[in-house]
Ligand binder design. Structure first.
Ligand code: CP
Ligand code: NVA
Length: 292
């Protein structure tokens, strides 16, 4: 049975199929999800992920059911285990955004049908797939690219470092604070395509195809990281180090003035709206892969 809890749930063949399905489907409609009922549970806020799944399911002729988390009997005394088991009597797939990745693992155990992680505290695989799709669209390849990541070691970075394993020679340079690195390093994928730095390095930034960042403090974070990460803000000074072909990416929502300045996110190198648009394309690729 197929699932997408993390990028590690898919192999090279699955990855290539998802990208190909996404590219083929793009703005097209298809009957792939006819008679399929897909539950969407969001324990945390979402704009792009929720809407792109809803529209993607509509375009593939499926039915989505917005399960209102606060209305479930989970809020009274029913357990997650029983809730997921019961849901599998009605639903074909579950799209689940959760505060705790362990709940996704419970869903995997008890739902017994395909589950898509719509973001957890640990990972955001749908975003990584979509961002790789955007890089391919922009540069014509996913291989031999240089990506610079600025700021936090969070769920979006976790999945990006996983997905990079499907590329050839694409390199990621992560600029972060040493304390944040030490807190997180054991959970993160490491290989010789991934390098961590604690000081800005103009030479590395000048070679980047893409400068990527995300909020310094994520929805789940207990610690406010704005101050500790402030030197990794993507601003005009950082962008002036980049080459003429480089782009700026951010999964959104952005906290303007924190991890990125308004000039950069609204500037000519920014492709954040293309990224947002491609969430829909990528969701359809994922849904089709799950159904075939
Ligand atoms: N990038 C992303 O997942 O956005 P939402 O939180 O709005 O879904
Ligand atoms: N890292 C962010 C991503 C939001 C899409 C968060 O978890 O809040």
């Amino acid at each position: 049975m197929k699932n997408l809890l993390n990028i590690s749930d898919i192999n090279q063949n699955d990855f290539e199929k998802i990208l190909q399905f996404a590219e083929d489907l793009d703005s097209k409609t298809e009957q792939t999800l006819t008679n399929k009922n897909i539950g969407l549970i969001f324990e945390k806020n979402s704009t792009r992920t929720r809407l792109s799944f809803q529209v993607g399911i509509n375009q593939l002729n499926g039915n989505f059911i917005d399960v209102r988390f606060e209305e479930l009997n989970l809020n009274r005394f029913e357990s997650y285990e029983d809730t997921f088991e019961v849901m599998s009597c009605y639903l074909d797939y579950l799209v689940f955004r959760t505060t705790d990745h362990k709940k996704l693992e419970l869903a995997y155990k008890y739902f017994k049908k395909p589950i898509i992680n719509a973001l957890s505290d640990l990972s955001h695989p749908c975003q990584a797939i979509s961002d790789i799709y955007t890089l391919k669209e922009k540069f014509g390849t996913i291989d031999n690219l240089n990506i610079v990541w600025m700021g936090d070691m969070n769920n979006v970075l976790f999945s990006l470092l996983e997905i990079i394993g499907f590329t050839k020679n694409t390199k990621i340079d992560v600029f972060t604070d040493r304390k944040i690195y030490l807190q997180n390093k054991d959970n993160f994928n490491k290989n010789n395509h991934i390098n961590f730095h604690f000081e800005i390095n103009e030479n590395i930034i000048s070679k980047a195809n893409c400068i990527m960042t995300d909020v310094f403090t994520s929805m789940n974070d207990k610690e406010d990281k704005e101050k500790i990460l402030s030197k990794f803000q993507v601003n005009d000074k950082i962008m002036s180090m980049t080459n003429e072909k480089s782009v700026f990416m951010h999964c959104l929502p952005a906290k303007i003035g924190s991890e990125v300045t308004e000039d950069v996110i609204k500037g000519k190198k920014s492709i954040v709206l293309t990224q947002a648009k491609n969430r829909l394309v990528a969701q359809k690729g994922i849904l089709k892969w799950l159904s075939t």
